[in-house]
Ligand binder design. Sequence first.
Ligand code: IMP
Length: 423
Amino acid sequence: MKLDILLGLQWGDEGKGKVVDVLTPRYDVIARFQGGPNAGHTLEFNGIKHVLHTIPSGIFHPQKINIIGNGVVIDPVVFQKEINKLEEMGIDPTQNLFISRKAHLILPTHKWIDAMLEIQKGEQNVGTTLKGIGPTYTDKTARSGFRVCDIITPDFLDKFSVIYKKHSDLLIKNGYNPNEDIETAFQTWFDSLQTLLRFKLIDSEYEINRYLKEGKKVLAEGAQGTLLDIDFGSYPFVTSSNTVAAGACTGLGVAPNQTKRVIGIVKAYCTRVGSGPFPTELFDETGEQLRKQGHEFGSTTGRPRRCGWLDLVALKYAIMINGITELVLTKADVMDNFDIVQICTQYQIGDELTNRFPAEITAEIKPVYKKMKGWKQNLSLEKDYQNLPREFKKYVAFIEMDTGVPITIVSTGPDRNETIIRK
Ligand code: IMP
């Protein structure tokens, strides 16, 4: 059996959590491969909304195995809160959630350094989620990070002291004072490690490869989106990990030749939180309508998301980088009331038209749009693709024709049931 990968093709918030939840019955194992509590995967069923930050979206299916891979960064305090919420719901995640010993830990000081760097960047700030993601990955690549396996080693406190000193020296040197009590923050952090230790800590690369050999179906779940990838995103306004399909190999320890389907999640329009270029961003009433209708407010930070039309230049770039084999179109219902919908098919830079997503996106880029008639119908009431409005099917067909990739699932609402799987 080979690994399937599911990831976002835009700037995150494409609705990956819901799609993983819908697809989980087809898999035995769901494994998160990168990112950390900067993610907020929203799932809705039985009228209740659930937001997961670190835990894979298969956790609501008790018979499925969920793995937090080595590529993930874990804030044990956030993790503890997530676990508490699940336990309050009567779910016992200790039986089917395993954690890689190689995953790195976020310390309170990582969050403060994140905030400090953002202040230092001034107007050029990234608009991070302030969850300590960048500084934790920085420590990982600087070979001074703190891993899950370190908690259970005898020299745990020595390792901790080294990293703590490094961080506090940096914060003091830069005159940064956290707006929370340092001692309390660390006490809470140390206490939360106990929750982490209630889980089976595993060498996830061995386990996942074993599952695949045994014929089990494994789905790698991405966080954020392709355009936030550290290498291929709109640098420097990106996150600090590889969000692309290759990241599933390094973030789980699975070889590229052991991967198969790469499922790309694309929202019917675009959104972005934080700073950075966004060629199809709308600053008018239509943008506001997308935000309101789509409830486009961050599930991790609550920030309003910037909204704009679907961008096929960026989408085709993401499809290429990830080797996407099929697309899932989400939140199409958000545009149910629109008279006209637009899709960006090319960028105009000066006098030139281009199909390429450039390394440097500047204000000079003007999106070229194809205008299409809106479908003016409530999509979420329909269960059969054939019965969907003609204009909507034209919208879908245009995306498929331009990208050359089939749209196999259409999500027409936040609930598990509001999903149309095409035959
Ligand atoms: P960081 O990942 O917190 O360092 O933030 C870097 C950039 O990625 C910022 O623009 C964030 O708003 C964005 N970002 C991080 N995680 C997510 C996510 O899950 N959804 C959407 N944007 C995100």
